[in-house]
Ligand binder design. Structure first.
Ligand code: PNS
Length: 159
């Protein structure tokens, strides 16, 4: 049995994340998706509880996926949930440098290894940071996020 941990901020979860989780759910026995409070990202859009509710809704169709929230070291969570690996998506070479550094740090402090999965080319431009900016400025992200996320974002802007 192989269990993997997919950590991220998911603010908001988008179609690139969805693709990653669906791919991982097909490759591994169990996938734990963990939304972390990331203090280095100041311009958050959704509260952690909102992000969690959306993760639950977006992955409801996948029986071997569970969601968690966490605010410490990702490797501590990996040990806590007994994950065999952390998984990360790579959109482009530009992701590789920082992701490799994090993977090496995580392995150095815990021995937990990271596996990288490439995202589909047609989704390689998707980033929560850009989606937040487009949404704040009134742009259309309907092709980029799952339906529940779109409803939540529109609802938030209508407030
Ligand atoms: O979706 P993001 O914001 O790119 O995800 C980054 C995240 C949350 C996976 C990363 O910041 C992280 O692992 N944070 C947890 C704190 C931690 O373990 N830091 C050491 C990483 S080497």
């Amino acid at each position: 049995m192989t269990r993997v941990l997919y950590p991220g901020s998911f603010d908001p979860v988008h179609n690139g994340h969805l693709e990653m989780v669906e791919t991982a759910a097909g490759l591994f026995d169990e996938v734990v998706v963990a939304a972390l409070i990331n203090p280095s990202k100041g311009d958050g859009l959704l509260a952690l509880e909102d992000r969690m509710a959306l993760l639950d809704e977006c992955f409801d169709h996948l029986d071997n996926v569970e969601t968690r929230k966490f605010d410490g070291l990702v490797v501590d969570l990996a040990v806590d949930v007994e994950a065999d690996f952390i998984i990360k998506g790579l959109r482009a070479v530009s992701d590789f440098e920082s992701e490799l550094q994090m993977a090496q740090m995580n392995a150095a402090i815990s021995g937990v290894q990271t596996l990288f999965l490439p995202t589909a080319t047609r989704r390689s431009f998707l980033a929560s940071r850009l989606i937040r900016e487009v949404v704040r400025l009134g742009g259309d992200v309907s092709d980029m996020v799952p339906e529940p996320v779109l409803r939540r974002l529109v609802g938030r802007l209508d407030r």
